[in-house]
Design a protein around this ligand. Sequence first.
Ligand SMILES: Cc1cc2nc3c(=O)[nH]c(=O)nc-3n(C[C@H](O)[C@H](O)[C@H](O)COP(=O)(O)O)c2cc1C
Length: 335
Amino acid sequence: MRTFLAPMEGVVDHEIRDLLTRIGGYDRCVTEFIRVTRQTLKESLFLRSAPELKNGGKTPAGTPVYLQLLGGDPDAMARNAVRAQNLDPLGIDINFGCPSKTVNKRDGGSALLREPDRIYHIVAAVRDAVDPKIPVTAKIRLGFSDHDSLHTISENIIKAGANELCIHARTRQDRYVPPAYWSAVKGVSAMSPIPVIINGEIWTIDDAKKAREESGCEDIMLGRSALTRPDLALSIKAENDGVPHQLMTWPEVLEMMLIYLQASTKNQHPKFIANRTKQWLVFLQRQYSGAAELFHAVKRLQTEDEIYAAIAAHQKQLASHSHMEEKTEQTTALV
Ligand SMILES: Cc1cc2nc3c(=O)[nH]c(=O)nc-3n(C[C@H](O)[C@H](O)[C@H](O)COP(=O)(O)O)c2cc1C
C-alpha cells in the first residue's frame, strides 16, 4: 500500500509538504496546480510551486513530489510539460478534478470531465512530449454531474499512456460534500492495467481500510485529513504493518505548527501567518479540542506578532495544566 499527500491549492505548499513528509507515512506528494494557458511558462514559475525541484524533486525528507498541471489545450499542456522537464521533475500529474468556477470557465479542471476525448488528447500530448522515464499521472473525479462517463474517461487516460490514475470519488457537482462513493471506483480498478488510487473522505485508519476494500484500490491519497491529523499517513501504515502507533499529542502538533509558521515567514503577504494559522486550526479542531480553543483565541487577530503572542499564551496554559496534572499524580502516589 502507498499513501499520497493530495494537492491542495492554497493549503499544501512546499513548507507543509516538508513538515508532513518529515512526520512520515507519505510515498509521494503533488504540488498545488499550475495553471497552463496558451503561453509557455517560465521555469521560475514551476520552481515557485515546487522548490523541491532544486532538491532532486524530493522534499527534504526524501519524498518525491510530482508537478501538477491544469489546462485544456493539449498543445499548450505538452509545451509546458516539456518546459517543466528541463527541471527534472520526478513526475507530472494532470488535474481534471478542480471544481472552481474560475478554473472551469478558463477551460481546465473538472469541466473537462464532460469531454472524455479531450482528456485523451491532453494526456496523450503530455505523455508523448516528455521523456518516457518521467511518469505522467492523472487526477479525476467520478464525472461532472454523474458517473456515466467514468469508464470512458478512465479508459481514455489509460489508452493515452498515463502511468497512474487517481480518482476523487465524487462528481464535480458533489464538490466536497460527503460521502465519497468509493465503491463506484471498483469497476475501474478491476479492469485497469495501471495503479488506481482512491481519494476522498479518508479521515481515519478505518476509513482507509474501507476505502481500499470498497474501491479495490491498493493505494490511497489523503487531502484535508492530512491537515487534521498530521500523523494519519503514519498511523495507517503502522496499522497496516501491525506496528503500534500513538496519536501525536496537541502540544506536539502545536510545536510543529510553529515550525511551519516560522518557515513561512519570509516573502509572504502580511496576513499570511494569521490566515494560515486560522486555516490550519480549522482543520485541526476536528481532531484536537486544544486547536478549537486556540482558534477561538486567534480568530480576530491579524498580525504575525499577535498570533505568536496568542500561541505562546496558549502553550503557557498547556504547560501549567500539565504541571498541575503531574503534581496531582505525585500527591496521589504519596497518598
Ligand atoms: C482547498 C483545497 C484545494 C485543492 N486543490 C487541489 C489542487 O490544486 N489540485 C487537485 O488536483 N486537487 C485539489 N483539491 C482536491 C484534493 O486534492 C482532494 O482530491 C479532495 O480534497 C478530496 O480529498 P479529501 O476528502 O481527502 O480532502 C483541493 C481540495 C481542497 C479542499
